[in-house]
Design a protein around this ligand. Structure first.
Ligand code: AMP
Ligand code: MG
Length: 397
């Protein structure tokens, strides 16, 4: 049996190489950028007026001038104008090019304009260059604005629009199938008989993946070797990634590992020294990746967030920061294997503190609604002290 860190390394050694697609920027939000975006011109491209008001030459003000004859009105969207007489002013609107010969803008609120078109300053302090967004202040032409691997939010869509990108290159997630198995499991629409339960793991996985903008279809297969073999062969042919749940333990009807190997999937590992999730199986076939998770709902859930989510991000070139939390209460666990402790976390004085709330084990997925994630307690110890810091695997937000 391999350790959690060996399993992690083995999985990260088999990343998916994503294809790149071009999409209209209207559809690009939440996708991962696959190209470098540079400023096509200075940001802003000209000295931009940021207040409606008047533009003057500051040295006139410094020399004592408090009244300025208005020469003209200059709107946004007009080519640059120039001040004819340096002691005058030009009325300027937000977004306009600063007129030549001026270097300071005074907003309307701070001037009184009489019917002779003379602007008198109210009793206020003026500073040189005020209310001007200077050319190139935010970025210079050809400066890198966005790097590959970035998840696009509305803020980046605005930048893409402003550099004239109508289409943008994004990485495409692997074509993926989520496959449940188990004869005791009925559809969500069914009324289960006493010996049956409704399937929930594939829904949990699909929802967790949806959160990552990773689309995948759900399938359910019976605990029947021939049927499994036929269905899995087709699903393998049609997808880059299979995420299975159930049928990987030592039960008489846990056929998944054997069937996958018969279909030419090379086992990378089976069984990880962890709780929950010990029977976790991972294999590869060419460029295809097959994650077969133990069916216990908490196991499936934990394994997705601990192993598959980071694998997905790494495959797409997205950097993620591992999180940590402080154990808030002493906790002991035997035997020596990595224990994923269910915890609620609270931010206390800037420090994330983790309060154990274990529920009823790996089948008790109702307990997941009470917790925020898993604290990864290493296998080397059995007694863990309040105040110690451990990796934290969150699943909310
Ligand atoms: P298995 O890994 O197939 O031995 O399943 C372990 C336990 O998890 C059994 O009690 C199954 O009924 C349960 N289980 C497996 N798959 C699902 C699922 N999709 N939804 C809910 N429970 C499941
Ligand atoms: Mg089963």
């Amino acid at each position: 049996m391999i350790s959690v860190s060996e399993a992690t390394q083995a999985i990260l050694a088999h990343l998916h190489s994503p294809a790149v697609a071009r999409v209209p920027i209207e559809k690009a939000i939440r996708n991962i950028l696959a190209e470098t975006i540079k400023a096509d011109r200075d940001f802003p491209p000209f000295d931009r007026v940021t207040m409606d008001g008047i533009a003057i030459a500051f040295d006139q003000y410094q020399a004592g001038a408090r009244e300025f004859a208005i020469e003209k009105i200059h709107a946004a969207g007009e080519p640059q104008v120039a001040l004819d007489n340096p002691s005058n002013a030009i009325e300027v609107m937000t977004g306009a090019m600063l007129p030549e010969g001026t270097d300071t803008v005074i907003r309307y609120e701070d001037v009184i304009i009489n019917d002779k078109r003379i602007a008198s300053l109210r009793d206020i302090m003026i500073t040189k260059g005020q209310s001007i967004h200077s050319k190139g202040q935010d970025a210079r032409k050809d400066e890198t604005l966005l790097e590959p691997g970035l998840k696009l939010s509305a803020a980046e869509i605005a930048l893409l629009a402003s550099v004239g990108k109508t289409q943008v290159a994004i990485v495409q997630g692997p074509k993926t199938a989520i496959i449940g198995s188990g004869d005791e499991l009925v559809s969500v629409n069914d009324i289960p008989m006493i010996h049956q339960i409704r399937r929930s793991n594939t829904y949990a996985l699909q929802a967790a993946m949806h959160d990552l903008n990773w689309a995948a279809g759900q399938y359910h297969l019976a605990d029947n070797k021939e049927q499994l073999s036929m269905a899995l062969k087709k699903l393998l042919d049609e997808h880059d990634v299979l995420i299975l749940s159930g049928g990987v333990s030592k039960g008489k009807f846990d056929f998944i590992p054997a069937v996958l190997e018969e279909l030419g999937v090379k086992k990378v590992f089976h069984e990880v020294s962890q709780r929950p999730g010990k029977p976790f199986w991972f294999g590869v076939k060419g460029s295809k990746r097959i994650f077969a998770l133990p069916g216990n709902p908490v196991s499936t859930f934990m394994c997705f967030y601990r192993y598959i989510r980071p694998w997905f991000f790494r495959s797409l070139g997205v950097e993620t920061k591992p999180e940590h939390a402080v154990l808030a209460k002493d906790f002991s666990f035997q035997p020596k294997l990595t224990y994923f402790l269910q915890v609620q976390v609270r931010n206390e004085n800037g420090c994330l503190r983790a309060y154990p709330d274990q529920g009823g084990g790996s089948g008790d997925f109702a307990n997941l609604k009470k917790i925020d994630g898993f604290l990864e307690l290493p296998s080397e110890k059995t007694d863990f002290k309040a105040g110690d810091v451990f990796p934290f695997i969150p699943f909310r937000g």
